[in-house]
Design a protein around this ligand. Sequence first.
Ligand SMILES: *Cc1c(COP(=O)(O)O)cnc(C)c1O
Length: 411
Amino acid sequence: MAFHSGRHYLQIPGPTNVPDRVLRAMDNPTIDHRGPEFAVLGGEVLAGMKHVFQTEGEVVIYPGSGTGAWEAALVNTLSPGDSVLMYETGHFATLWSQLAGRLGLDVELLPGNWRRGVAAAAIEARLVEDKAHDIKAVCVVHNETSTGVTSNIKSVREAIDAADHPALLMVDTISSLASIDYRHDEWGVDVTVGGSQKGLMLPPGLGFNAIGAKALEASKSSTTPKSYWSWAEMLGPNAKGFFPYTPATNLLYGLREALKMLLDEEGLDAVFARHRRLAEATRRAVRAWGLEVFCANEDEHSASLTGVIMPEGHSADGLRKAILDRFNMSLGSGLGKIADKIFRIGHLGDFNELMLMGSLAGVEMGLEVAGTPHSKGGVTAAMAFLSERRNDSVKLSAGRPITEKQQEQQL
Ligand SMILES: *Cc1c(COP(=O)(O)O)cnc(C)c1O
């Protein structure tokens, strides 16, 4: 590997850049996870995560990846042979459906157009057909990381209600949590799945479930064998800030610091506005290059990443390699059936205007180096947008209740 001075640009849509202060927070002695100091830490991060999920229900934190949290959602609520309805928004939705199949669930994956989000009408139509209520859960991905398309979860809830169907609603928010507005309680979601290494600005290693009352009730009659992922095992000790087994203590130090940044200092609404604005600047750059954004619906553009279609006959992976070799930046690859056809620019987590401009400059230079047909001016278009508009004026309602001292600082 050639030597590169300066920082590597990690512009894949997860793992994302970890802020220095989060790294420093983790760089501390690991404490006794059965001691009083840990109970305070555990209580704090569990409470903070409820704000992030926008729920007053339970949240559990696993040492594990997002995939583990996918599994936890299913094994806690369902029983072998249960039918689940999933929707093919892209590669991650497909992987979740395959995992469900391996667990012995009877999976129906509704085919979808990868350039669009979940078609709630298709879910409603399928549930209306299911007069016997065989389908026990509807599982969808909020932000499909393989495509850069964000689905309307509220519309999925409404579809289930319109069909008057009792299925649980489970949502993967691994690449949207703490980047794109998400409301577990208000949208009537039963189980939400999250991970640490994307919007939460942490290294990989934590998985989350937010659990609604109906899901908790369903977990009491679920017969799928489970132990490590068992909510019941977790929730007992969690009530006092403890875990049933050794938690990822140092990652939890990092989580405490990240929650401070997201909830107390920036505020979730401002975090969401920042992501929307940087995403819009990215799309303006892509269009100025004469390239096409993969998401085909104006209402469903992801605020955390942008998929870009390569011109016919040009390799996305070749372009990514040129950019990595020459400019020390990692971009996301096309996954599944769109491998080598698109590349993905991650713009989520600990990220700002100048980091975006560096990333877009790297792409624009890379297009030149790789001989990709394009127009100049993407960087200029993004700069014009960013300098003409500040972050949307925001109110700080979605974070933790703010103290008087913080209120003064806002004025
Ligand atoms: C990253 C991601 C996953 C997988 O998470 P891991 O932590 O790699 O197991 C699942 N779903 C979505 C939407 C993702 O973005």
